[in-house]
Design a protein around this ligand. Structure first.
Ligand SMILES: [Zn+2]
Length: 246
C-alpha cells in the first residue's frame, strides 16, 4: 500500500497518531534498498519489536511497523498475499479487472500485468484515503522530526547486517520517489512514471495511468471500508500475539 494508507490504517489499529506511529507505519517501505529487499523489510516486525521492547518511548513505533508488514500479518499481508478465500490479497483481487488496461497504459509485457494492476489499485486506495483523512502533513511532520529519526538510527544500528539504515537519507529519498502530500491521480501517475523508468526503464502513458487510477478508486469504493474493518481487527489480534508478553 501507499504511505498515507499505511498511516491511516495504523491509526485505525492503534487508535492514535504520533510521529513514532507515522514513521513505524511506513518503515518497511522506507528501508528497502539494494542491500535490503522487500521480503526482508516486510518480515521485520518481530525483530524490530525485540530490539525496541525495552525502550517504552519507541514501543508505538515497533507496533506501527507490525501494522504494515507481511509477517507478522499486517496490512500488506491482507492487501497483497491473502484476503478471505481470494487467490491473493485484496489489491490483487481488485487488480484482476484492470490487467489488460494496465498492460496497455504502462507499456509492459503481459507477465507484469497483474503485478502492476495491483499497484494501480493501491494508488486508487491512496486517492480515496486522501479524501477521507489526509495524512500527508503527518508524514512531513514525522520526516522533519530529526531527534526521533536520530534515536531510531541509533537503536536500529544493528538491525541489518549490511550496515546502518540511515533514516535521514532514506526519508529524503522516499519523499522524492513517492508522492506524500499532494495526492491526485495526476501526481500519483507522475511519480509512478518516475518509478517505472528507474526500476524497469519503461515509459508509461501518464494520462492513461491517471485515468486508470481514478477507475481503480471507483472499483474499491463499495467495499474498501469493509476491508479496512476486517483487516484492522485481524491486525489487532496479530499485534497482541507479538506484544502481550511484554
Ligand atoms: Zn509495504
Amino acid at each position: 500500500m501507499y504511505p498515507q494508507t499505511h498511516v491511516y490504517f495504523a491509526e485505525r489499529v492503534l487508535g492514535k497518531t504520533s510521529d513514532e506511529i507515522t514513521l513505524g507505519s511506513i518503515f518497511p517501505d522506507l528501508i528497502i534498498s539494494n542491500t535490503l529487499d522487500h521480503t526482508t523489510a516486510h518480515h521485520s516486525g518481530q525483530k524490530i519489536f525485540n530490539l525496541l521492547k525495552n525502550h517504552p518511548n519507541l514501543i508505538e513505533f515497533a507496533k506501527a511497523v507490525i501494522t504494515h508488514g507481511i509477517e507478522p500479518h499486517g496490512l500488506d499481508y491482507y492487501g497483497d498475499e491473502k484476503y478471505f478465500d481470494f487467490e491473493r490479497g485484496y489489491c490483487f483481487e481488485k487488480g484482476k479487472a484492470i490487467i489488460d488496461e494496465t498492460i496497455a497504459a504502462c507499456n509492459i509485457p503481459t507477465r507484469m500485468g497483474w503485478w502492476k494492476s495491483h499497484n494501480i489499485i493501491e494508488m486508487g486506495i491512496e486517492l480515496l484515503v486522501n479524501d477521507i483523512k489526509p495524512c500527508g502533513s503527518l508524514i512531513r511532520q514525522a520526516f522533519n522530526n530529526r531527534k526521533l529519526i536520530g534515536t531510531l538510527d541509533k537503536h536500529l544500528m544493528h538491525f541489518h547486517c549490511t550496515g546502518p539504515i540511515n533514516l535521514v537519507q532514506k526519508t529524503a529519498f522516499f519523499a522524492d520517489y513517492i508522492e506524500i502530500d499532494n495526492i491526485t491521480e495526476e501526481t500519483l501517475a507522475a511519480k509512478y512514471e518516475f518509478q517505472m523508468i528507474t526500476k524497469h526503464n519503461i515509459l508509461i502513458n501518464r494520462k492513461q495511468v491517471a485515468c486508470l487510477i481514478e477507475k481503480a478508486a471507483k472499483s474499491v469504493t463499495e467495499d474498501l471500508d469493509e476491508f479496512f474493518d476486517y483487516t484492522a481487527e485481524k491486525v489487532k489480534e496479530n499485534l497482541f500475539a507479538v506484544t502481550d508478553r511484554y
